[in-house]
Design a protein around this ligand. Sequence first.
Ligand SMILES: [Zn+2]
Length: 229
Amino acid sequence: MKKHTAPNVEKETMKNHKSGLFQSDVFSRERLPPAKKIDRDAEERQSVLREWKDDHEAQKLAKLAYALGVDKIILANREIDEDYFQGQYLYAGDSHAFHKTSMKPWSLSTRQLATIKRALRSDRDVILLAYESDFAVTLAHELGHHINNRLEGLSDSSHVTESMRRVAQFDEYFFQNKDEFYAETWSRFLCGGNNRTLFRYLKRPFDRLRRKHPQKTRLILELAKRCAN
Ligand SMILES: [Zn+2]
């Protein structure tokens, strides 16, 4: 499964953030002449797109994502459920049925759906980000899934051990399988974390990546270094 759970703290901030968005939306609507019909969804979309473009951290990660071969990053609304998934990595190598299930909770426009289908059919991968998500953190995690799957950073033999649990101290969600564990570890690394003990687990994935994708590996290291400084 390729999903991301936000810690409770973030959930709270995002709720506030959402209501803020909503209020300014209402305010601007009141000031506009009533004759003019306003599409609320379009307004919200515009405001989210502005935030996305102004988020430098997220933009750097987006640039890296495209350089690593992600075909499309799509911002969309998602029904907020109890688990609060903020992002979704759609790997073209997964089954059609799995793609369908993964896309179900997302409100995707006809155009977005067509874009996604076209990408997956041509063996290219897509990342979905929720409007309310912390763009950088979520994108970094989904990009971790891309490194695991598309760039083959994960090996068949790796698995989540007790010492990984102790070192990482992630939310329980990220220990359900090695794909989640490594996606989250890549996320911490790409976001400039400095947990050397945790990043030891990236040594083998890095060795594999270097052999298969030397140029892409350099880009990953460059971004992580920039973030850490
Ligand atoms: Zn995940």
